[in-house]
Every structure is written in structure tokens, then in C-alpha cells.
Ligand binder design. Structure first.
Ligand code: PAF
Length: 278
């Protein structure tokens, strides 16, 4: 695997890659969810590029940028084993040189859910993803369904700014007890790790209710709220039952919808979602 850290080297190495090129952007501390994206890219594409860049502009002032988990040697071994051809691993100075003042922002889709609780987060995400796309010029880019709003926002950006890139969204990878895989799970102590299963339990109950015929979105939200509230270590930040593409809250589920939630378990913020009405 070629490791590239400067833009000039990136341009040369990229031009040598057999097409189509699949791209998996990450912030490192990789887990099976990231590797599932690499595997999907490996199946679809002649070349696979991954990136590791902990993007400071998507973290709020009180978020976990300084303590975000990092383990580059382990990440390199995982990417090698998954047969990634090239790793783009720029420094903060390469991505945000002094004087940087240009931002990419998707408007409506970023106002609710994560966007409401994390002001500026999606502006950081879309700016860095646009820059990563410009550096890598992939044919396809792979994102996880766990960050459902991020996937919707990136899809919108790609359409609105005419990036010639297909966005592929891959299923959530879960631990045996249902907890969605996330680099942030490492922050949980054993009691919190046990409590964290409440996200999966609550969403599963709502999905079962949907499958039994419940179409009232508020009833589905209430079911989730009740299950999360019963878990003493959990604090629900939001529960949403929204249209899959517009992310507007629904009264009645008639088509593809996204049941999504954010929960604080101790100090760790976890998100999860299920899609219904496929
Ligand atoms: O999902 C992530 O890991 C990040 O938000 C991304 C897409 C790599 C941008 O920094």
C-alpha cells in the first residue's frame, strides 16, 4: 500500500491508478465497519484509496478532537490486509493551510438532528469531503449508513456541486449484541458498554412495531423514547422518524423512512438508525 501525504505526490500517484477508483474516507481508528466499506470498494473497483484524516473542522469546541482515538500502526495493518492500494494521509497543514477561508455548506438538510445539536459539524464534513474528493478524484465513494445524515448531506453535495462521483452507502456493522460499531465505543466503561445496547433495543422495538403495521410516526418515536428513558445511564438527545431523503419529520410513515437517534451514555455520544419502508 502506497502512503501519500502531499498533494503533489497524490496527483502523480492517482494518475497511475487503474480505473475505476473507489474511495473510503475515514478518521482512522478503524473497525469492521470501515473494513466493510473497503471490501465493497474492492469488489466494485480496480483500485481502492482510503484516507485517514481526523478533521478538526467537524468537531465543536466542546467535542472530543483532542482525545479522538488514534492508532496508525494498527490502521495501516488493517488497510494492508484489506488490500487498499493507496492511503491518503494528509496533515492538518496540507488540508487547511494558513489563510484557509473557503467552506462548503449544504443548507436545509443540515438544520435538524445532528446539525441542530452540533452547529458547524456538517460544514466541516462537507468541506473536508469536497477537498478529499478533489485530491482523490474517485469514481465511487463509500460511506456508512450509521452516519445516515452525513450520507444524505454528502449525496446532496455531490448532486448540487456536480461531482462526477457515485456515493455508495453501506449497511451498519454491529457487535454481537447489536451495538453499532463506532470508533467512539472505546470510550465506554463496562457498565456504559452494557447500557449502550439500549439504542439497538429501542430501534428494534420500533421496527417490530412498524412491521406489525404501526405507521404513526409519533407512536414509533414514543416507543423508542420510553425504552431509552428506562435505561438509567442513557440520556436521549433526539429521536426522529423522518423522510429518508429530505429528513423532514413525518406524521405518517408512507414510504422509505429513517428512524434515527442520538443518546448520551455517560459522556459518550452514540448515534444509531434503522431504515423502514424499504
Ligand atoms: O465519517 C467520518 O469518518 C468523517 O465524517 C469523514 C467522512 C471521514 C469526514 O471527515
Amino acid at each position: 500500500m502506497k502512503i501519500v501525504t502531499t498533494l503533489s505526490e497524490m496527483r502523480i500517484e492517482r494518475s497511475l491508478l487503474p480505473e475505476p477508483v473507489g474511495f473510503v474516507p475515514t478518521m482512522g481508528y478503524l473497525h469492521a465497519g470501515h473494513i466493510s466499506l473497503v471490501k465493497a470498494a474492492r469488489i466494485d473497483c480496480a483500485s481502492v484509496v482510503a484516507s485517514i484524516f481526523v478533521n478538526p473542522t467537524q468537531f465543536g469546541p466542546n467535542e472530543d478532537l483532542a482525545r479522538y482515538p488514534r492508532d496508525l500502526p494498527r490502521d495501516l495493518a488493517l488497510l494492508e490486509a484489506a488490500r487498499v492500494d493507496m492511503l491518503w494521509s494528509p496533515t492538518v497543514e496540507v488540508m487547511y493551510p494558513s489563510g484557509f477561508q473557503t467552506w462548503v455548506e449544504v443548507e436545509g438538510l443540515t438544520r435538524s438532528l445532528e446539525g441542530e445539536l452540533r452547529p458547524g459539524h456538517f460544514r466541516g464534513v462537507t468541506t473536508v469531503v469536497a477537498k478529499l474528493f478533489n485530491a482523490v478524484s474517485p469514481d465511487k465513494a463509500y460511506f456508512g449508513q450509521k452516519d445516515a445524515q452525513q450520507a444524505a448531506v454528502v449525496r446532496r453535495m455531490v448532486r448540487d456541486l456536480d461531482f462526477p462521483i457515485e456515493v455508495v452507502v453501506c449497511p451498519i456493522m454491529r457487535e454481537a449484541d447489536g451495538l453499532a460499531m463506532s470508533s467512539r465505543n472505546v470510550y465506554l466503561n463496562p457498565a456504559e458498554r452494557q447500557a449502550a445496547t439500549v439504542l439497538f433495543r429501542a430501534l428494534s422495538a420500533a421496527k417490530a412495531a412498524y412491521e406489525s403495521g404501526e405507521r404513526n410516526a409519533e407512536k414509533l418515536r414514543t416507543l423508542v423514547r420510553e425504552i431509552v428513558t428506562a435505561e438509567s445511564l442513557a440520556k436521549l438527545q433526539y429521536i426522529s422518524c423522518a423522510d429518508y431523503d429530505t429528513l423532514e419529520e413525518l406524521e405518517t410513515v408512507r414510504a422509505k423512512a429513517l428512524l434515527s437517534m442520538a443518546v448520551l451514555i455517560g459522556k459518550t455520544r452514540l448515534i444509531d438508525n434503522f431504515v423502514v419502508g424499504l
